[in-house]
Structure formats: structure tokens, C-alpha cells
Design a binder for this molecule. Structure first.
Ligand SMILES: [Zn+2]
Length: 316
């Protein structure tokens, strides 16, 4: 363990040392743009309806009637969870980083009983799961592993100073931050419907980014919650759990839905995107596969850039 800690410390030092130039790679393998904090707030937010909830860590935006984006702008991932209300129940699509208490925020937005569903089980989407009792997830080995939580030694890098913009909530520190384990109450299937009263949501399995990635469709209102399958920014497709063949099929599946959609609601950076991005994403993936576009190679990643997003793949 001591040897591991030394290796970790060395990796962390390398992270800090490489931060000054473009993407820097951390010990967890995530790229970091050193200028990210200075570029906030993102201009898209000025057009959105902000909801005042008196929370330091989160910002809340009303995207549609009964659809709230719960945004964490003070950490590099800029993760976005969504609270979706029906007449009888509410669904919380992801629970964020677990740095602030998302259950406090959701309780201020609704008194309805809340069910949690994860777009996938990467730590930045399950951090608040342990605050809830009713949790839906897929049944994959990857999911079951992540249900055990993530110890501080793997989690603390997310709270390193260069990854935080502003202040952490009182009492939260990098050296004690971890992802708490959680218990899944129901295993969902592809195509399953979640009934919230006057709103119905449809689960679409979209493996690729991770084996347990899923998207959430509100067919009646033309809304598609895309998780990490699409967001405006560098889409992470470089970790060992990513399957680019599966991702290609999932993107094609979502692109078929585009004509009937009005809005995409991604899980990072900005909570609104036009459905045409799905067609562009499908074409982008095809161009990567055929070799029609050249990547920029930085810090052990291949980045294929397109208008409004990029695909970040591992070097084989
Ligand atoms: Zn992810």
C-alpha cells in the first residue's frame, strides 16, 4: 500500500508539473484544461432561467416545466444532474459528485417522493446516491463494482486545487472525500418505462462510454437526457471501460430519434443542446472510424475535434 501511495504521489506531482500546456493528464487519466475556471460562467447559462435555491455548491436552472438542471460549476467536470417531476413522483437522473448534498437541493425543489436513476455509474454521477433509498440501475458487472463506492485514494484527485473553481462546501476536504457505497433497489431493462404520474420516461440502453450507460427519453415532450453519450465538450472515450463499437451503435440508435426530439439534455457543461447534434455525432463517429479525420495527439489521447464537441480516444 505504501508503495502504491508513493506511486500515486508521483503521478500527482507529474499532473501538477504538466498542467501548464493544453491538456494535462492526471493520475486518474482525466484530461485537464488549466484555463477552465477562468472561462466560467459559460455564456449559454445567461439565457437559462435560474432558480434561487440558496445553495453554494449547486446552481439550479428550470429547463422546461418540471425539469430542473442541477449544475456543479465549481468542479472541473461541470457535471449536471436532472430532477424531473411528474404529478405523483420525481426522478433524479444522476446525483452528481457528492461534494454538496444534492438531496437537500432536490427536497427544496419538490416534496414528491424521489427515485434515482444513474445515466451510468462513473463516480461523478453517483456521488450523492447514498443519500437516497430508491435507486434504479442496470445489472452489469461494472455497475455492481461501482455500487461499492470509491475510496479516498481514488477520489481525492477530483478535489485537487486545480480541479476546483471557488470554494468547497464547509467540512469537505480532498483528503477525506470518497464516493459512498449505495444499494440498488431495482434493476432496469432496456425499453423500461418509468411512470411519474402525468409523465412517462423511457429507458434506452446506450452502452459505449461505459457498459451501463443509458439515455432517458421523455417522448411526449421531445426531451432526451443523453448522460455522457453526448455533451458539448470533449467526450471521454478513452477509459478501459469504453467500447467504441458499442458506442457507435448507441449513437446510431439515438440519431434515429432525432427527428422527433426538441431538446437534448446532456450530463456535463451545458444542459441544453439541439437534437441535430445527434446526427453530427453519428457522422463524426463514422469519420473517426473511416480515418477521414485526423486527431490531435496530446498527453496520450487522440482528440478528434468537431463543431461544438470532440471525441477523446485512447491511443491503442
Ligand atoms: Zn462518465
Amino acid at each position: 500500500m505504501e508503495q502504491f501511495q508513493k506511486q500515486y504521489a508521483l503521478a500527482f506531482l507529474l499532473t501538477v508539473l504538466t498542467c501548464a500546456c493544453g491538456f494535462a493528464q492526471t493520475s486518474t487519466g482525466e484530461p485537464l484544461r488549466p484555463q477552465w475556471c477562468r472561462e466560467l460562467p459559460r455564456p449559454e447559462y445567461a439565457k437559462l432561467e435560474r432558480v434561487n435555491i440558496n445553495a453554494d455548491w449547486f446552481e439550479v436552472y428550470r429547463i422546461r416545466p418540471g425539469v430542473f438542471a442541477i449544475y456543479e460549476p465549481h468542479q472541473f467536470e461541470e457535471v449536471i444532474s436532472y430532477l424531473i417531476l411528474g404529478s405523483k413522483r420525481a426522478l433524479l437522473f444522476d446525483t452528481g459528485l457528492g461534494i454538496g448534498r444534492i438531496s437537500d437541493v432536490s427536497a427544496r425543489l419538490t416534496r414528491l417522493p424521489i427515485t434515482v436513476l444513474n445515466s451510468h455509474t462513473h463516480f461523478d454521477h453517483t456521488g450523492g446516491n447514498a443519500e437516497f433509498f430508491d435507486i434504479l440501475d442496470e445489472d452489469t458487472p461494472f455497475t455492481r463494482t461501482n455500487e461499492q463506492g470509491q475510496s479516498n485514494i481514488y477520489s481525492r484527485d477530483a478535489l485537487a486545487p486545480e480541479r476546483i473553481c471557488g470554494h468547497l462546501p464547509p467540512g469537505v476536504q480532498a483528503n477525506s472525500y470518497s464516493i459512498r457505497p449505495f444499494r440498488v433497489s431495482h434493476r432496469v431493462q432496456d425499453g423500461e418505462r418509468i411512470r411519474l404520474g402525468n409523465r412517462e420516461l423511457e429507458i434506452i440502453f446506450t452502452p459505449g462510454h461505459t457498459p451501463d450507460s443509458l439515455s432517458l427519453l421523455d417522448r411526449k415532450h421531445g426531451l432526451l437526457f443523453t448522460g455522457d453519450t453526448f455533451y458539448p465538450g470533449p467526450i471521454y472515450l478513452f477509459t478501459p471501460e469504453t467500447d467504441f463499437d458499442a458506442y457507435t451503435k448507441s449513437v446510431a440508435r439515438l440519431a434515429k430519434l432525432a427527428p422527433k426530439l426538441k431538446l437534448l439534455l446532456p450530463a456535463h457543461n451545458v444542459p441544453v443542446a439541439t437534437p441535430e447534434f445527434l446526427d453530427r455525432l453519428e457522422k463524426a463517429v463514422a469519420q473517426v472510424r473511416s480515418g477521414a479525420v485526423r486527431p490531435m495527439v496530446t498527453e496520450g489521447r487522440r482528440e478528434y475535434s468537431f463543431q461544438g464537441f470532440s471525441l477523446l480516444l485512447a491511443i491503442n
